[in-house]
Design a protein around this ligand. Structure first.
Ligand SMILES: [Zn+2]
Length: 263
């Protein structure tokens, strides 16, 4: 859990390795990607919290499956991508839209980041203390989501767009995939010392059953192979996987993603 000023950002575990993020004060809460309603209701009730909104990043059921049950219990706006048909979304949003969550003193900017799904969006906010990004299944700690609906070029552009956010941005992704991602990254870039340090840290946290998230953009730029497609060691590793010369970073990215799918 992170605490920023009076806000707590709590990773509620769901299913096998999902996190439902609850952003809350001592009174109000915003729920990000509630795939399951039961743990959310438990958390809200045990902390005496009043939910004020749901934010949805994309249509997959492990991110939206709890909406209906939460809406039966609470009267809430549900923000979600305009480009995807999600029946429980009451407020479809697109790139450039701003969401004011006055009780939490937060304003989120909507970023369109297609690739994992066609209409995937992220929510970015700059608080007085830290920038925060809720990016669903697009950027993971040391990895990225699978490309189900978009093209590799779209996913590459989306990741570059996120990487252009400030270095101190805290990144709240929705799966605990970090150790597996690091194992792949170590093979793709064995000479990266930062990555080695990150692996030790992440192992220690998982041994204590702690989440490895949030990560931050500086760490991702230093360690995440999918953001480092112009680095020679990674280019060479990707070329070894495909057996072909790779000319531009999108080709390197495409090869890395294919390689990770079978890793
Ligand atoms: Zn997904």
């Amino acid at each position: 859990m992170t605490e920023i000023n009076k806000l707590k950002i709590y990773p509620l575990p769901a299913f096998r390795d999902n996190y439902i993020w609850i952003i809350h004060t001592t009174v109000h809460a915003v729920i990000v990607d509630p795939g399951d309603a039961a743990p959310v209701i438990d958390y809200l009730e045990s902390h005496h919290l009043q939910p004020i909104a749901i934010l949805i990043t994309h249509h997959h059921s492990d991110h939206t499956g709890g909406n209906l049950q939460l809406l039966e219990r609470y009267n809430l706006p549900v923000y979600g991508p305009l480009q995807e048909k999600i029946p429980t979304v009451t407020h479809p949003v697109r790139e450039g839209d701003r969401i004011q969550l006055t009780p939490l003193a937060l304003t989120f900017d909507v970023l369109e980041i297609p690739g994992h799904t066609r209409g995937h969006i992220a929510y970015f906010t700059a608080t007085q203390l830290r920038n925060m990004l809720f990016c669903g299944d697009t950027l993971f700690a040391c990895g990225c989501g699978r490309i189900f609906e978009g093209t590799p070029q779209q996913m590459y552009d989306s990741l570059q767009k996120l990487a252009s956010l400030p270095d101190d941005t805290l990144v709240y992704c929705t799966h605990e995939y970090t150790l597996g991602n690091i194992s792949f990254a170590r093979v793709a870039e064995p000479g990266n010392d930062e990555l080695r340090k990150l692996e030790q840290q992440a192992k220690k946290m998982r041994q204590q059953h702690l989440p490895t998230l949030p990560t931050d953009m500086a760490t991702e730029k230093a360690c995440n192979p999918f953001l480092r497609c112009q680095h020679l060691e990674i280019i060479h590793a990707a070329e070894q996987f495909t057996g072909e010369k790779l000319i531009d970073p999108v080709e390197v990215f495409t090869a890395l993603r294919k390689w990770k799918n079978v890793f």
